[in-house]
Write a protein that binds this ligand. Structure first.
Ligand SMILES: NC(=O)C1=CN([C@@H]2O[C@H](COP(=O)(O)OP(=O)(O)OC[C@H]3O[C@@H](n4cnc5c(N)ncnc54)[C@H](O)[C@@H]3O)[C@@H](O)[C@H]2O)C=CC1
Ligand SMILES: NCC(=O)COP(=O)(O)O
Length: 333
């Protein structure tokens, strides 16, 4: 790929730090051409509040992709219903947040862009607006007609994928099935090869229960589901091992010999990753027909519009998307 990858960045929840960190992009050297999708007026008003000398120029579908220019950002305007105040959620603006994702998908489907990078949305306010929504991951999977995708967060050399994503803790055990776990591991393995250019990735699988079930005395998910799946995939030659007790899995000696960890649920894997690399990590959706990366944090309503939002994770998300686009391009038959 000789030209710069073309990245679409959705601004996310307008009352959160999405606008702040997107505006910060203007002051950094970028690895790719970027178009923001969000409300132009909201972005201009946030730039004023933050005192950022950014020139925001409208970009429309059909316009050529712009050259990189310092202090200039192009915006595909997706107007909000109400003007937005930093830190103050408004359910009336939720449909526009989702419209920006839909518009980005349209552009990706017709080949007018190479990847989607998402700034954070507020899942609660979208639901308060009467729209069932659990996360970008599930929304993009459904929009792309993909039954199963995998959430992976990566930072400072650690990659943590999740067997289940946004669901109540009580629903986790029944969501872990032999078929689902096997498909998750296959998606993870394929992405590590295709997107991360690892020839024979090694994956450590966490147990669900304390001490990985203690031989069936502390739960049966390991013996009934996780071990049979691992054995079946090992028979095929996959370098997958476990179930490892989650409390000692994330220790340097074990991680030294791993390319990724598969955690069974959100708060088993992500606190470790965030303790290790918060602010520098990237969230990547594996198994989609498009490339999608995101930040490692949420809407941080408490710091929106204050100048205290840290934009590094978004820069890492742009870098990761650029690398994946290039790796996929190189591996194309
Ligand atoms: N990719 C996405 O769209 C994500 C969205 N969320 C959503 O964000 C909302 C808020 O979630 P929380 O659990 O409160 O997590 P959060 O990440 O928004 O905030 C946690 C704490 O970290 C601080 N913080 C987070 N990112 C920061 C940054 N870049 N710069 C400076 N300070 C930062 C916040 O001020 C807050 O004190 C929820 O609705 C959640 O669903 C959460 C994670 C990812
Ligand atoms: N904690 C990660 C997270 O919630 C990301 O969700 P998504 O919106 O990327 O699906």
């Amino acid at each position: 790929m000789n030209t710069l990858p073309r990245l679409l960045v959705t601004v996310g929840e307008p009352a959160g730090i999405g606008p702040d960190i997107c505006l910060q992009l203007a002051t950094h050297p970028l690895p790719a051409a970027v178009i923001l999708l969000g409300d132009l007026h909201c972005l201009r008003s946030r730039a004023m509040i933050l005192g950022l000398p950014v020139r925001l120029e409208p970009w429309q579908e059909g316009d050529p992709w712009p050259e990189l220019e310092p202090d200039v950002l192009r915006v595909l305007d997706i107007p909000l219903l109400h003007s937005c105040q930093p830190g103050h959620l408004d359910p009336a603006n939720a449909p526009a947040v989702l419209r920006s994702l839909d518009k980005a998908l349209d552009l990706l489907r017709v080949g007018m862009a190479d990847a989607l990078i998402t700034a954070p949305v507020h899942k609660g306010i979208i639901n308060d607006a009467g729209i069932p929504f659990t996360g970008h991951t599930e929304y993009l999977a459904a929009s792309c007609g993909q039954n199963e995708v995998v959430m992976l967060l990566a930072g400072r050399g650690l990659r943590v994928a999740l067997a289940t994503t946004h669901l109540p803790l009580a629903a986790v055990p029944s969501a872990i099935t032999r078929g689902g776990l096997e498909r998750t591991l296959r998606i993870l393995q394929a992405a590590l090869i295709q997107d991360f250019a690892l020839a024979a990735p090694r994956i450590l699988v966490a147990g669900l229960n304390p001490h990985a079930g203690e031989g069936g005395h502390l739960g049966h998910e390991e013996t009934d589901i996780i071990i049979p799946v691992i054995h079946a995939l090992q028979q095929e030659g996959m370098r997958v091992s476990g179930p490892w007790p989650a409390d000692t899995l994330f220790t340097p000696r074990l991680l030294e010999d791993a390319d990724a960890v598969l955690a069974m649920y959100h708060d088993q894997g992500l606190p470790v990753l965030k303790y290790h690399a918060f602010g520098e990590a990237v969230n990547i959706t594996l198994g989609l027909p498009i490339v999608r990366t995101s930040v490692d944090h949420g809407t941080a309503l408490d710091v929106a519009g204050t100048g205290r939002a840290q934009g590094e994770s978004l820069l890492h998300a742009l870098d990761a998307a650029t690398e994946i686009v290039r790796n996929r391009h190189m591996n194309r038959p």
